[in-house]
Ligand binder design. Structure first.
Ligand SMILES: [Zn+2]
Length: 127
């Protein structure tokens, strides 16, 4: 067996998702709202479940309801549904105790490898 290490630098362009990504950096949640049926998706779905692929950005409060949760050696994660969204998304949890049902989107966090990830923290103003 021959082992080689390769290094690859690349940039990913966020394309039509740019407004969503920029909002995430600020800790704001933007949903994509279908122009035909008004269904809102977060994370944005380019093609709605009704088949339409046009829509508009719709700001959400950033508050999410935890639907299911897992805790392990790599941290805590949950499937959440942001209030105002008709779809769910997986996020990392920080400071969300067992039994808490809601969280607030935090500004983008970066993993050790520099990969951005969505993180939910405690609701603002709630101790
Ligand atoms: Zn639709």
């Amino acid at each position: 067996m021959i082992n080689h290490n390769i290094s690859l630098e690349y940039e990913l362009n966020s394309g039509w998702l740019n407004p969503w990504v920029e909002a995430l950096h600020q800790g704001s949640a933007l949903a994509w709202q279908c122009s035909a049926c008004d269904s809102a998706s977060f994370a944005p779905e380019r093609t709605c479940r009704c088949g339409q692929n046009s829509g508009r950005w719709h700001p959400l409060s950033g508050i999410a309801v935890l639907e299911s949760r897992t805790d392990g050696a790599d941290g805590s994660f949950a499937l959440v549904r942001f209030i105002g969204s008709d779809t769910s998304v997986v996020v990392a949890l920080e400071g969300i105790d067992l039994g808490q049902t809601h969280g607030q989107l935090m500004p983008y966090k970066f993993s050790d490898g520099g990969v951005p990830r969505m993180v939910i923290g405690p609701l603002e103003g709630v101790s």
